[in-house]
Write a protein that binds this ligand. Structure first.
Ligand SMILES: [Zn+2]
Ligand SMILES: [Zn+2]
Length: 350
């Protein structure tokens, strides 16, 4: 089968590999129908994910059809159409039982697919702990609609959930990249009084204004003024930092009102400064971390109900055989790309 492989720093290669097989009773083999490229894949390519194993197949955002399951798998069956979760988790350890699946203590726990074990920018993928890692897709939801449910949409949903957003809140989101947009959609589900999104890229700002006119989209230069104008208590009630830029962590706490919740979703390249003397008396609550991807079934039912739609984010589609071109486009942020869908069906691999 064709599989996009992390060969070494700065080198990905589309190569022929053997089809994966079941290794553990809790495994499933999934025939991938649609995959996507994530910014984290670029981080692997650039060598900034030290735990990524050279030789692995990359890709951790995909949907497909279950091909076979191990004897211990009870929740999915061959033939089921499924969304694959970015995180591998056992479902039984202390952290999993509390819903903190990002901290699963299994040796394979956390982000393993397409990083430490073979992922899904390929025709087939082996998914460990398939009962936890696979979620059946409702019949009325298409593969394109479900494509982001296990990764960036799960991240946005988790961020909006832990931010504890109420109907009177002014919510500020920093960053309108793919994860920022998914966070925006999940924040909108909670119907706060005002939503402001801050983004420096004019194309991304335009995308928000075209698709989500109810949202105030501003560049960083005017975010402070906009937040103080639209909020009743001198700052945003809830701030979600999804940008991970040089200045965005500082902007996040500075734009927050006293006693606000600041949720940090972004992954930074460098340590950030927490200037406690300057923020003394502001009594902020910080929430940080990586997605607990355990809400995929709820996300898929919201999609089925027509309350969540990420299909406008898919601006380009490529067949698997042309995935290198898809990377070139995504990495170079060419042609107004937001997200790329990669068709992994047998015809697209020929
Ligand atoms: Zn990702
Ligand atoms: Zn666990």
């Amino acid at each position: 089968m064709l599989a996009l492989t992390y060969v070494k720093e700065n080198t990905f290669s589309l190569m022929e590999k053997p089809k994966p097989v079941l290794l553990d009773p809790t495994d499933a083999i999934v025939r991938v129908t649609l995959a996507s490229i994530c910014t984290s894949d670029l981080h692997i390519k650039h060598g900034s994910v030290p735990r990524a194993v050279p030789g692995i197949t990359v890709g951790h955002e995909m949907v497909g059809v279950v091909e076979s399951v191990g004897s211990g798998v009870t929740r999915v069956r061959p033939g089921d159409r499924v969304a694959v979760n970015v995180e591998t988790f056992c479902g039984t350890c202390f952290f999993c039982r509390h819903g903190w699946v990002n901290n699963c203590t299994d040796p394979n726990g956390g982000w393993a697919l397409g990083c430490r074990i073979n992922g899904g920018q390929a025709e087939y993928v082996r998914v460990p702990f398939a009962d936890q890692g696979l979620t059946p897709i409702p019949a009325e939801v298409t593969d394109r609609q479900a494509l982001f449910a296990g990764d960036i949409l799960a991240t946005g949903f988790w961020a909006a959930r832990i931010a504890e957003i109420g109907p009177e809140d002014t919510v500020l989101i920093l960053g309108a990249g793919p994860t920022g947009l998914c966070t925006l959609l999940c924040v909108l589900l909670r119907r706060p009084a005002h939503v402001i999104i801050c983004e420096k890229d004019p194309l991304r700002l335009r995308f928000v204004r075209e698709h989500y006119p109810q949202v105030t989209a501003v560049p960083p230069e005017s975010v402070r003024e906009t937040v103080s104008r639209l909020s009743a208590h001198g700052g945003a009630d809830r701030v979600l930092e999804v940008a991970g830029g040089e200045e965005t962590f500082q902007l996040a706490w500075q734009c927050a009102r006293p006693n606000a919740v600041v949720t940090v979703v972004a992954l930074y390249d460098r340590p950030q400064t927490l200037p406690l003397p300057e923020m003394y008396g502001k009594n902020l609550t910080f929430q940080t971390g990586g997605v607990d991807g355990c809400d995929v079934a709820q996300i898929l039912s919201l999609i089925a109900a027509g309350e969540l739609d990420t299909t406008p984010l898919i601006t380009h589609t490529y067949p698997l055989r042309d995935i290198m071109r898809a990377y070139e486009l995504f990495e170079g942020r060419k042609d107004g790309v937001v997200k790329v869908a990669v068709d992994c069906t047998p015809e697209a691999a020929k």
